[in-house]
Design a protein around this ligand. Structure first.
Ligand code: ZN
Length: 464
């Protein structure tokens, strides 16, 4: 038995959004839907049923990305019935962080489903035939909490990650992506639709839009980022029997490194640089042993690559000083350098026009976080938009965006999708693989980064 199709009203959109927020709901209004868990499966099943109810053709690819496809160009089929006109993809991700928020990702997928429904309805009304087909995508494992690295499904689709390598990635229990996909019934065999362009709407996860009372943000570029792998090597000894003068305590030195990473931002203008030590492992981690080793990873991000380089140089010299003071070894290695990447100007202007047509205010901004759109912008022209986040908080249960802001974003996304299927940004691709604009050439000339750096070949990693 098939249920009736969904109405495309704001009320129907909000009802579906709040229904999906009840899947994997936590005690304090968040959700816990890590990739390929039973909760993720339940959300996927909801999208599959929604697509079937509303006449979308669902395809699931080998990494578990879900595409709800609408063939809008009627004559564009080959002899097997497969549409030959490429697809505009719109979407985001339905998975969440552990104890995550209910808006991050899910808002973008559900808004995309309703935007697609509205595009289909208005084309049926006007009788116009667009240039491209349209598909809504739920990208696999954007969050990377259970299976690292993050932004996995879109990066495989964009050709940045190897499919087989990603299928072999295991969680902490030793379950591989391939096994987990099979367990929940989402190990797909379909050929994914070929993209011509991509658009995504997401919560801002910062407070610029709220502070300035602006309705919509459009992303011009993603920040330059790099990580530092820091290995503090002291000497293990008895916490009681060792004289203080004889200790080479790795944790004491590591603590000073953590503070240096936090304080390096003070050398620059407010908010020009963000830094953190997100991972910190103490060995042997016994209450009666002076720690012999602390391994940690620091993360530096800025809009300006030169600021990251300057902060990194300052930290390296401070860390060398800390090592001398404590008479221990601290190894530091650069890794995971990621270019500042620009989104196409034509797409930014399209978002601005789409918001203006709705009487909404819009401003340009940059994203410090990675997103599926950052991966997709490597392959096709991408448009990335934000709606306001209350208090700018995200990746926690307190994450919140108002119904009014979600509905405004849906209207803008619908306008953008309408223009994209009508041919906008299609010419930017010109049959070539889209490479975006990056500042790689600037960085290649930077001796500070080149020396001792372990730069990944593609510079293509993106973390949320
Ligand atoms: Zn997200």
């Amino acid at each position: 038995m098939t249920a009736a199709p969904t109405s495309s009203t704001d009320a129907a959109f909000l009802a579906d959004f709040h229904h999906v927020a009840s899947i994997g709901a936590t005690d304090n209004n968040g959700v816990d839907r890590q990739a390929l868990t039973p909760e993720d499966k339940a959300t996927r099943d909801w999208m599959r049923d929604w697509a079937a109810r509303n006449g979308f053709d669902l395809r699931i690819d080998a990494i578990g990305n879900m595409f709800a496809c609408l063939q809008l160009v009627p004559e564009s089929s080959d002899t097997t019935g497969t549409p030959t006109a490429p697809y505009v993809l719109i979407g985001s991700h339905l998975d969440s962080q552990p104890l995550g928020g209910r808006f991050d990702g899910a808002y973008g997928v559900i808004a995309a489903l309703f935007a697609a429904l509205r595009v289909k309805e208005s084309l049926a009304e006007s009788g116009q035939v667009p240039e491209f087909n349209l598909a809504v995508v739920n990208w696999f494992n954007e969050e990377g909490g259970r299976f690292a690295p993050s932004i996995m499904g879109s990066s495989v689709y964009a050709g940045l990650f190897d499919l087989e390598e990603m299928l072999a990635v295991e969680d902490l229990e030793g379950t591989s992506v391939a096994e987990a996909l099979k367990t929940i019934g989402y190990a797909g065999t379909d050929t994914p639709p070929e993209a011509i362009s991509y658009a995504e709407i997401h919560i801002e996860q910062g407070r610029i839009l709220e502070r300035e009372a602006t309705d919509i943000g459009v992303v011009e570029a993603s920040w330059y980022t790099q990580k530092l792998d820091i290995d503090v090597l002291g000497e293990q000894s008895h916490t009681g029997a060792t004289a203080m003068a004889d200790r080479h305590d790795a944790l004491v030195a590591a603590s000073k490194v953590v503070l240096a990473v936090a304080e390096v931002v003070n050398d620059f203008e407010d908010e020009a640089l963000v830094s953190s030590v997100g991972q910190h492992v103490v060995e042997p981690n016994s209450p009666i042993v002076v720690p012999r080793r602390v391994h940690m990873v620091a993360d530096l991000r800025s809009s300006d690559p030169a600021i990251v380089t300057a902060a990194r140089d300052r930290l390296r010299s401070q860390i060398a000083e800390i090592a001398r003071d404590h008479d221990i070894t601290i190894d530091v290695a650069d890794f995971d350098l990621r270019d500042k990447r620009h989104f196409p100007e034509t797409g930014v202007e399209l978002a601005e026009k789409s918001a203006a047509n709705e009487g909404l205010s819009i401003r340009r901004l940059e994203t410090m976080a990675g997103h599926d759109s950052v991966a997709m912008n490597h392959r096709v022209p991408a448009v990335m938009m934000f709606v306001p986040s209350v208090d700018g908080v995200s990746h926690c249960e307190r994450e919140f965006t108002t119904d009014e802001d979600m509905v405004r974003g849906l209207r803008v996304l619908t306008n953008v999708a309408t223009e994209l299927v009508g041919g906008e940004l299609g010419e930017d691709r010109n049959g070539e693989v889209w490479v975006g604009r990056s500042v790689a050439e600037v960085l290649v000339g930077s001796p500070a980064i080149a020396e001792g750096a372990t730069v990944s070949a593609s510079n293509a990693r993106v973390d949320p």
